[in-house]
Write a protein that binds this ligand. Structure first.
Ligand code: M6R
Length: 595
C-alpha cells in the first residue's frame, strides 16, 4: 500500500509533496514524511510524523523554498508505525535517501549481508536495507544508474522507490517492479506519484512507469531504462480530470458522495457499453469467452462478492463458472476445462494478490479479462482484455460505487453474449430504485443505524442473489463500524448458525429474490421465535406489513445494483454515529499492494 510522491523543477516542493500525500493518504495513514532540498542551505531536510498526513502538514507550517523532494505516507508492513520506520529512510551514512512502496521478500538475507559488513539500521523496515545496499555499491565510485541496475537484480519482491543521492541535486532516480508509480510532466518540472490523483492538479500529461525499469528524472527531461540500462520509449498521455476528481462536492465524506453517485455510474456504463441499441464490447473478447468452456473468476474482498454474482450470470447462460479468492488461488490454482478463461475483478487494478495470480495464470498460458476502475493500472496493462468501469475515483476505503459498477458491467457483458434479458429496461428499473432509496429511504436506514450502532454482532440473511448482497453488506459494516458481522444463507441457519440467535440479536434480512422469498419468510419466523430483532428489506411485491424498508420492484438478478446502496448507507450511518473515521477505517488501506 503506501503512497509515494516526488518532484523536481519549477514547482514548490513542499506544497506539491504535502498536497500529494494528503491526496494519497487513503493508501496508508500510519505515518508520513518528506525529504526536500532546502534551496537556501542546499541541504536535505527530512520531516516525519506518526499518524495521518494532517500531522505532517501541521508540523511543516512554515514557508519552504525547495524544488526537489520526495514524500511517503505509510501502511506498515515491516516494523510498527514509528519515526525510524517512517519514510523517507536513509542509508547508514546518509548518502542515499528514499521512499519505498512494496515488500522486499529477501530483505533479511540482504540485511544480514550488510550487517556483516558493519552496517547498522535505525528501524525495522525492508526499505532501509535498499538505501544501504545502494550506498554500499556507490562506494566503488560506480555510476548511479549502473548501481541501481545491479541492485534491482538483487531485490526479490515488489518496489517502487524514489531516490535522492546526497550531493546530486539535479536528479531523482526511480526503480520500479510490481508497485505502481506514475510520472507527470509540466513546464520545467516533473512529478511522481503512486496514482494520478495528486498529479492532475499540476499537469495532465501522465505516464505509468512499466515494471522492471529505472528512471532518471530531471526538471526538463525524463529518461527510462530497462534493468540492463537499455533506453525505453516513453509515451505521456492526457488524463480526463473529471474522472480523477477529489472534490467532495459538499459531502462530509467520500463514502456518502460515492454511494450517491451509484445511479450516475450505472447510467454511464449503460451508455458506454450499450449505446444506441447495441452492445459495445471488444468482439475478440466476446469470441474468446464464447470459445472458452470454463470461466475462472478471481478477486478479493468486495470485488470477490461482485464476482460471485458474475459467476451466476455466466452459469445462467450455460457456461461453467467458478469464483476464487485471489490469495487462495495464487497458491492452489484450480484450472478446469480445456479452454479456461480468467476474469479478474479489481477496482484499483493494483491488488498484489491478483498480481500474484496473474503471474500464475501466465505460467499456465491462461488468457484473462480485467474488470477495473483504473485504466493504466498494473493489472490493466498486463491483462489480455479489460473492461473499464469509469466510475470516477473511489477514494473511500470502503468500496461502494465500484461494486455496483462491477455487477452492472458483468450483467451487460453476459447479455452481450446471450441477449436473454432486456438489460437496458432492467437497469433503468434499478436506477429508479437507487433514486428512490437516495431520496426517500435514508431516514429509515439512519433510524435503523441509530438503533443498532451499539450492537456487538449484526447478522445479514438472504438466499440466492440476496445472499450475495448479504455478504457485501456484512463486509461493509465490519470494515467501517468494527461491529462483528456475518452473512448467513437462510437455508444454512438450521445447520449451525441459528445457535447464535438469542433475545435481541439483530438480523437484517433481504427478501427481494422471488425464487427464494417464501423460504426466507420461514427463516424469519424461525429466528423471531428465538428472540431475534429482525429488520426486513423487501420489494413491493414480496413485502409484508412490518417490513422495515420496502422498495419498488426490479428484476432479482440486479439486486446488488438496485439496493446495495441500502447496505452501504446503513454501514455509513453506523460508523458515523459511532464517531469513527468513515473514509479511513483502522488497519485498512484502499489499494492493497502487498500480499
Ligand atoms: O482494488 P480491488 O478491488 O482489487 O480491492 C479488493 C479489496 O481489497 C477491496 O474490495 C476491499 O475489500 C474493500 N476495502 C472493500 O470495501
Amino acid at each position: 500500500m503506501c503512497g509515494i510522491v516526488g518532484c523536481i523543477g519549477k514547482v514548490n516542493a513542499k506544497d506539491y509533496l504535502l498536497y500529494g500525500l494528503e491526496t494519497l493518504d487513503y493508501r496508508g495513514y500510519d505515518s508520513a514524511g518528506i525529504a526536500y532540498l532546502d534551496s537556501s542551505k542546499l541541504e536535505l531536510e527530512i520531516v516525519k510524523t506518526i499518524g495521518p498526513v494532517k500531522a505532517l502538514i501541521e508540523k511543516l507550517n512554515k514557508p519552504v523554498e525547495s524544488h526537489l523532494g520526495i514524500g511517503h505516507t505509510r501502511w506498515a508492513t515491516h516494523g510498527v508505525p514509528s519515526i525510524p520506520n517512517a519514510h523517507p529512510v536513509q542509508s547508514m551514512n546518509k548518502k542515499v535517501t528514499l521512499v519505498h512502496n512494496g515488500v522486499i521478500e529477501n530483505f533479511q538475507e540482504l540485511k544480514d549481508s550488510l550487517i556483516a559488513k558493519g552496517y547498522s539500521f535505525n528501524g525495522q523496515t525492508d526499505s532501509e536495507v535498499i538505501a544501504s545496499l545502494i550506498e554500499d555499491k556507490l562506494k566503488a565510485n560506480l555510476d548511479v544508474l549502473y548501481v541501481l541496475s545491479e541492485i534491482m537484480k538483487m531485490l526479490h519482491g515488489s518496489f517502487a522507490c524514489s531516490i535522492i543521492i546526497n550531493g546530486d541535486n539535479d536528479h531523482i532516480y526511480v526503480i520500479k517492479r510490481s508497485s505502481p508509480l506514475l510520472v507527470a510532466k509540466g513546464k520545467g518540472f516533473h512529478l511522481l506519484a503512486s496514482d494520478a490523483l495528486p498529479l492532475i492538479k499540476y499537469a495532465n500529461e501522465v505516464f505509468d512507469l512499466p515494471d522492471d525499469t529505472i528512471s532518471l528524472v530531471e526538471k526538463d527531461s525524463f529518461r527510462l531504462f530497462d534493468v540492463n540500462l537499455q533506453p525505453l520509449q516513453i509515451k505521456f498521455t492526457q488524463r480526463d480530470p473529471s474522472l480523477i476528481s477529489r472534490d467532495l462536492n459538499g459531502y462530509p465524506h467520500y463514502m456518502i458522495k460515492e454511494i450517491e453517485e451509484i445511479e450516475s455510474v450505472v447510467r454511464r456504463l449503460m451508455v458506454s457499453y450499450h449505446p444506441e441499441d447495441k452492445f459495445l464490447f471488444d468482439e475478440k473478447l466476446l469470441k474468446t469467452i464464447n470459445d472458452s468452456d470454463n470461466i475462472i473468476f478471481i478477486a478479493c474482498g468486495t470485488s470477490y462478492h461482485a464476482s460471485l454474482i458474475g459467476a451466476r450470470y455466466f452459469r445462467h447462460i450455460g457456461k461453467n463458472a467458478s469464483v476464487f479468492i485471489a490469495s487462495e488461488w495464487a497458491f492452489y490454482p484450480q484450472i478446469m476445462g480445456k479452454k479456461p478463461f480468467v476474469i479478474m475483478l479489481s477496482q484499483s487494478g493494483e491488488t498484489a494478490d491478483l498480481i500474484h495470480c496473474l503471474k500464475v495464470a501466465r505460467e499456465h498460458d491462461l488468457r484473462m479479462l480485467l474488470v477495473t476502475n483504473v485504466q493504466g493500472s498494473s493489472l490493466e496493462r498486463a491483462a489480455d482484455f479489460s473492461i473499464i468501469l469509469n466510475a470516477g475515483s473511489e477514494i473511500s476505503v470502503a468500496s461502494t460505487k465500484a461494486y455496483a459498477a462491477q455487477v452492472t458491467a458483468l450483467a451487460l457483458l453476459t447479455n452481450a453474449l446471450d441477449n436473454r434479458h432486456n438489460i437496458i429496461r432492467d437497469l433503468n428499473e434499478c436506477c429508479a430504485v437507487i433514486s428512490e432509496v437516495r431520496t426517500s429511504s435514508k431516514p429509515k436506514i439512519e433510524a435503523m443505524a441509530e438503533k443498532l450502532k451499539n450492537s456487538r454482532d449484526i447478522y445479514f440473511l438472504g438466499r440466492g442473489y440476496d445472499y450475495d448482497l448479504s455478504l457485501e453488506a456484512s463486509l461493509k459494516l465490519k470494515e467501517i463500524s468494527y461491529i462483528h458481522s456475518e452473512a448467513i444463507p437462510g437455508g444454512e441457519l438450521k445447520h449451525g448458525p441459528i445457535a447464535l440467535i438469542d433475545t435481541g440479536t439483530p438480523v437484517i434480512v433481504f427478501v427481494t429474490d422471488d425464487v427464494t422469498a417464501s423460504s426466507m419468510r420461514n427463516n424469519i419466523q424461525e429466528i423471531k421465535a428465538r428472540g431475534a430483532e429482525v429488520f426486513v428489506v423487501s420489494t413491493e411485491k414480496l413485502s409484508l406489513p412490518g417490513d422495515t424498508i420496502v422498495v419498488r420492484d426490479y428484476r432479482r438478478y440486479l439486486s446488488s445494483v438496485a439496493i446495495s446502496s441500502i447496505a452501504f448507507y446503513f454501514a455509513y450511518y453506523v460508523s458515523l454515529k459511532k464517531g469513527l473515521n468513515v473514509d479511513k477505517p483502522r488497519n485498512l488501506a484502499k489499494a492493497v499492494t502487498v500480499e
